[in-house]
Design a protein around this ligand. Structure first.
Ligand SMILES: CC(C)(COP(=O)(O)OP(=O)(O)OC[C@H]1O[C@@H](n2cnc3c(N)ncnc32)[C@H](O)[C@@H]1OP(=O)(O)O)[C@@H](O)C(=O)NCCC(=O)NCCS
Length: 182
């Protein structure tokens, strides 16, 4: 499958596919980690989410992964708004449909995100991950991320408190250099 993967910037026409990826991966990745009602609320909001995304897509920084013309993964990034990491980049989301995980798409999306974050003028990046999302933590650790903090985040309208870890990646240019062959 590797040679079929296309990584490109997200466009307004991707809004529904992006909203669907959020919904499906929240269900598959977070069942047993987040309360069911939080996941259900996210899934119910999918159409609203896609309309909102379509309208403000030009303001959002999305990178998508396509296989055979179908959008199967996404990454969303920006300059960090965290008071402790004002000069860092921030990967807000990286989600891949479960049938397309473990074939290298995550790494490709991550490296494309690193490239864009360097263009924003950042030397490092942070991201938040649920403490119980051990699979994602394993992925970030494998790519060189280090845990630098822990915070409680309130999820959805019900404001369910969940513990998240902050993972930091330093020296982004070196990460790209080390992955030139990938
Ligand atoms: C986490 C996620 C983005 C990883 O993407 P992926 O496409 O499955 O990962 P890749 O196939 O690109 O893996 C890249 C490398 O990481 C390694 N890796 C992946 N998951 C790992 C884990 N849990 N532990 C250790 N290594 C891992 C792979 O073996 C691969 O190593 P290699 O390239 O050196 O051979 C993806 O599985 C996903 O979308 N999960 C559900 C949503 C989610 O939890 N997102 C993160 C929210 S914070």
């Amino acid at each position: 499958m590797k040679d079929k993967i296309v990584i490109r910037k997200g466009e307004p026409r991707d809004a529904l596919a992006i909203a669907e990826i959020y919904a499906y991966t929240w269900k598959s990745a977070y069942t047993g980690i987040l309360p069911d009602e939080v996941i259900e609320e996210k899934i119910k909001g999918i159409l609203h989410h896609s309309e909102r995304l379509r309208e403000k897509m030009h303001l959002e920084n999305f990178i998508v992964a396509e296989v055979d013309g179908k959008v199967v993964g996404l990454l969303n990034y920006r300059k960090s708004r965290h008071e402790k990491f004002p000069d860092s980049g921030d990967i807000m989301d990286i989600y891949i449909l479960s049938d397309f995980q473990h074939v290298g798409i995550g790494r490709k999306l991550f490296l494309a995100g690193v490239d864009e974050i360097i263009k924003l003028g950042c030397d490092d990046l942070i991201l938040h991950v649920l403490k119980d999302n051990k699979k994602a933590l394993g992925f970030y650790h494998h790519l060189g991320g280090v845990i630098v903090g822990e915070e409680v985040e309130l999820f959805c309208s019900q404001k369910v408190p969940m513990t998240e870890l902050i993972v930091k990646f330093d020296n982004l240019k070196k990460i790209l250099e080390d992955n030139m062959e990938r």
